[in-house]
Design a protein. Structure first.
Length: 324
């Protein structure tokens, strides 16, 4: 059973299934007896649950964040939020569950997307920018990490291959913008689009769930992306300092606004084009993923999106084009 299936069950209905522990804490009743409060998840969503009356001899400390657990319980709500009470919970053995239940993969062929990205790199005419891109995307070790990395933890492209899908999406949007606005430095914009999120290969770890690494929490992908690009540029003899500055600015400013975590606002044509291309791809994909999680192929209204702060209406069919 998936998380989204549990949300559709009536109050009191029984359920069981395998889920990942996102958060766990031991609390105490007024009587002093301990109980367990958890946040459980799979690739379709999350929910809170309580192991309200564990056996007196139960060791509650064995349950850790990231564990896959098997649970049984009954659907209950508290203050309008799903909060089942569990009758059973145990750590699952490896092999008794399908790992694909917890993290989805890009719906598009990773091989075909990467081939398309390499084809775009071949069109870059600036010799320094092309050499920079080749330094990353002809490096097998980096490419292996890049193709597996997610584009986010929850809001958009939260899947294996998500970073590639997002990078290609932003790059293709930037290609369209560059054709319309001829004042843009097309090679600079395309290079910035391809490199803007490469720090995410180190920002996230992927096992049974997507988590931020220590470096991801302390530094963030904007800084790490700029650092990676700067190190690679240092290996290229004669790379123009002005070109480096403009490229780093595009990456630093691609979140657009200070309140969105951007250390700089866009101050060049290429930077502003990249920021809006990034926002467009991430928001449309974020809506699309939320619709699929909430409606599961159906139509109507979703619940309120926690980040976009609106419910979403959909009466069509999610079309991913050519699927793998």
């Amino acid at each position: 059973m998936l998380v989204r299936d549990i949300y559709r069950l009536p109050v009191g209905a029984p359920f069981e299934g395998y889920f990942v522990i996102e958060h766990v804490e031991i609390r105490k009743h007024r009587t002093g007896e301990p109980f367990l409060r958890l946040v459980l998840s799979d690739k379709t969503g999350t929910f809170q649950a309580l192991w309200w009356k564990p056996p007196k001899d139960a060791d509650l400390t064995v349950f850790k964040k990231g564990d896959v657990v098997f649970v049984r319980g009954n659907v209950e709500y508290f203050n309008g939020n799903l909060q089942p009470k569990l009758s059973e919970i145990r750590v699952a053995e490896e092999g008794e569950y399908n790992p694909k239940k917890f993290i989805s993969e890009s719906r598009f062929s990773i091989e075909k997307q990467f081939t398309k990205l390499l084809e775009i790199i071949e069109t870059v005419e600036n010799v320094y920018l092309k050499k920079l891109l080749e330094g990353f995307f002809y490096d097998e070790e980096f490419v292996e990490k890049f193709l597996r990395a997610p584009g986010g933890k929850t809001i958009h492209h939260a899947c294996i291959g998500g970073l590639l899908e997002h990078t290609l999406g932003v790059t293709e949007i930037c290609e369209t913008v560059a054709k319309r606005y001829r004042s843009l430095d097309r090679d600079l914009l395309i290079t910035a689009a391809i490199l803007h999120d490469i720090g995410k290969v180190y920002e996230y770890s992927v096992e049974t769930s997507i988590d931020r690494t220590k470096e991801g929490i302390l530094l963030g992908h904007l800084y790490m992306s700029c650092e990676m690009v700067a190190f690679k540029i240092a290996e290229i003899n004669g790379f123009p300092e002005d070109l480096k500055t403009k490229l780093i600015h595009c990456i630093l400013a691609h979140h657009g606004q200070y309140e969105h975590g951007s250390p700089k606002k866009p101050k060049t044509l290429e930077a502003v084009a990249l920021a809006y291309a990034d926002a467009l791809d991430s928001k449309v994909k974020g809506f699309e993923e939320f619709i699929e999680r909430e409606l599961g192929g159906g139509t109507g209204w979703t619940k309120r999106h926690f980040a976009y702060e609106v419910p979403i209406y959909f009466d069509g069919k999610i079309d991913y084009g050519e699927e793998e």
